[in-house]
Design a protein around this ligand. Sequence first.
Ligand SMILES: Nc1nc2c(ncn2[C@@H]2O[C@H](COP(=O)(O)OP(=O)(O)O)[C@@H](O)[C@H]2O)c(=O)[nH]1
Ligand SMILES: [Mg+2]
Length: 301
Amino acid sequence: MLNVIRSIRDGLAKTRKNIADKIGSLVLGEKIDETFLDELEVALISSDVGAQTTSLVLADLKERFKRDELGSPDQVRARLKTLLAEILASKTEGLKVTTTPFVILMVGVNGTGKTTTIGKLANRLNKDGKKVMLAAADTFRAAASEQLSIWGDRNDVPVIKHQEGADPGAVVFDAISAAKARNVDVLIVDTAGRLHTKSNLMDELKKVRRIIARELPGAPQETLLVLDATTGQNALSQARTFNESIGITGIVLTKLDGTPKGGMVFAITRELAIPVKFIGIGEGIDDLREFQAQEFIDALL
Ligand SMILES: Nc1nc2c(ncn2[C@@H]2O[C@H](COP(=O)(O)OP(=O)(O)O)[C@@H](O)[C@H]2O)c(=O)[nH]1
Ligand SMILES: [Mg+2]
């Protein structure tokens, strides 16, 4: 347990530097003042906590400051933790494999980490004793299915793929019949993140989704949107677009290890009301964590 917090803590190093160090920079006994609260506001904004969320948090802190309830850095930290926990409260839920085959459709723009996340997720599910299969429905580039195959080999799980340029609908059709025939527990579908135009991409994803649902009623049980935390507010607009077009059940926020923008977790939860289900904190196979609100806040502050 402590190891988990430590690894998330390390992963969040850059975000911690922004927020926690700001609070930590107050020497014990030093007075909290308006200037400090203004600086904390800047720290929250530059961590991409989001404008709405930041003003909510600051309003509360300023109110308490006026009532002399924030005398020490520890009190600021504790109140901030409570406020952030309230934002995330009851909006986090892990991944529960409720039926078989359970289908996870992985979507997101190019380079956000879809294929890598699939590799990491396959590893987690494998360790849980689940029989996993992968489908290479990103047929736009040959390299995409090769990359997925490498993750398949690494995890020793089968990958259903067709040739470059093949119809992604045909790939998922085959993958679902293979998953049924081989009693697979979880089928994870990789998809393209870029086509000639954005409307092409959304149309293709809708079609893939439709075929999955036709072949397996109730599927996909999860449509996970992969967002790159380093892209900050841009990730929020991607989330809106994907959610409006195909409907998203959860978010995977990747590359938290390389950015001070870890506050994205709060902006996404508050402003989009879509749960963050996993966070990526590195490129390795073990660098995917189930998102747990309290654990995340403890690691952050
Ligand atoms: N540092 C870091 N890199 C990541 C993480 N997740 C993915 N990447 C890297 O991001 C790049 C793009 O990932 P990829 O899975 O190919 O993205 P895709 O185009 O969405 O499938 C690769 O170099 C990955 O190793 C993460 O959590 N942390
Ligand atoms: Mg990919």
